[in-house]
Design a protein around this ligand. Structure first.
Ligand SMILES: [Zn+2]
Length: 150
């Protein structure tokens, strides 16, 4: 399959430098939905070079600044789907920049935290969701041990 981010159509290309591109998402989740992508075809975060990571962060800043100027959003959701299980469909890493406006949806609370919501979950109240999603004691212990030797 031809990668849409390696050779993007001119009509969606907003910006590029030697390391990144900023594109208009062709299937926008909201008005002004942009993508910040490395120029290099990289699927996983771990495969990015340090200068690419920095350039991607700068790309996020550029995208938000231009969207503020152009569309005056009240906020943003920013996220990356890493891996098929997380919903990644194009195997070229891309950061979603989604502008948000007061009132653009009925229940904005939670933002990207709702990325794992299923229709079934819509019927759970917040407390039930938190309980369902909490790590068990052993998982927390393992995680704390891993963070203790950074
Ligand atoms: Zn690609």
């Amino acid at each position: 399959m031809k990668c849409p981010f390696c050779k993007p159509n001119e009509d969606v290309l907003l910006y590029e430098n030697s390391l990144i591109r900023i594109l208009i998402d062709s299937y926008p989740a909201n008005r002004g939905h942009l993508l910040v992508v490395p120029r290099r075809h990289v699927e996983k975060w771990e495969k990015l070079e340090e200068d690419e990571k920095i350039a991607l962060l700068e790309g996020i800043e550029i995208a938000m600044k231009k969207l503020r100027e152009a569309l005056n959003p009240d906020g943003f959701n920013i996220g990356i789907n890493l891996g098929k299980a997380a919903g990644q469909t194009v195997p070229h890493l891309h950061i979603h920049i989604i502008p948000r406006w007061e009132g653009d949806c009925a229940h904005p609370r939670g933002g990207v935290r709702k990325a794992v919501l299923d229709l079934e979950d819509e019927n759970l109240n917040l407390k039930e969701r938190w309980i369902k999603n909490r790590m068990n004691e052993n998982e927390i212990k393992i995680l704390k041990a891993l963070f203790s030797n950074i």
